[in-house]
Design a protein around this ligand. Structure first.
Ligand code: GAR
Length: 204
């Protein structure tokens, strides 16, 4: 059977992207990474993807800085469809994905976020978790819907906040867990061994 094809969207260094490419190579995903797209031409993750033998290109949206919609989103959808992509993984993609990309991949776009959602959606979340005084934070992989970081949760990992943490040290420990969590969540979705009951992702 042909391997399922995955597209990854990035904006920066692409360490989660790298974790997914490596997991695919080690046959831990049940799919292969076919294409990496970045909204930023200078994203270091682009060169990293190419080093790992994955086609990667920048597609700089013409409109907005914080969302991907309209013709910009249509171009992303067309590129992903042309590459035969079935599942889209956002990996540090710092734009809110809107129509028509969202409609082109219904329940087929995943995101990883560095907090225990629904706590701390949005930006700068590790610093916000610290300043709030949270004792635990972590990371979440969820389906992307029209809300901000609000789609159904697929998997989470907890990270304890230490008294001597700053935003960098907490981010680094959360990132380690992200690299473990994302491949597992992608493998679950590609295997199809779950069903959605309302917001709940029930494993089969
Ligand atoms: C990761 O911590 C990811 O969870 C976060 O950006 C970082 C990207 O790192 N994503 C978001 O905040 C999305 N709102 P990476 O480029 O090394 O994977």
């Amino acid at each position: 059977m042909a391997k399922k094809r995955i597209g990854i969207l990035i904006s920066g260094r692409g360490s989660n992207m790298t974790a997914l490419i490596q997991a695919a190579r080690e046959d831990r995903l049940g799919g292969e990474v076919a294409l990496v797209l970045s909204d930023k031409a200078e994203a270091p993750g682009l060169a990293k993807a190419r080093e790992l033998g994955v086609e990667a290109r920048a597609m700089t949206p013409r409109r907005w800085r914080t969302k991907l919609d309209g013709d910009d989103a249509r171009e992303y959808a067309a590129a992903l469809e042309a590459a035969g992509v079935e599942l889209v993984c956002l990996a540090g993609f710092m734009r809110v994905v809107k129509a028509p990309l969202l409609e082109a991949f219904p329940e087929r776009i995943l995101n990883i976020h560095p907090s225990l959602l629904p706590a701390f959606p949005g930006l700068d979340v590790q610093r916000r978790a610290l300043e709030y005084g949270a004792r635990y934070s972590g990371c979440t992989v969820h389906f992307v819907d029209a809300s901000l970081d609000g789609g159904p949760i697929i998997a989470q990992r907890v990270v304890e906040v230490r008294d001597d943490d700053d935003a960098d040290s907490l981010s680094a420990r959360i990132l380690e867990q992200e690299h473990r969590l994302y491949p597992k969540a992608v493998a679950l979705v590609l295997s199809g061994r779950y069903r959605l009951e309302g917001r709940r992702v029930i494993r089969l």
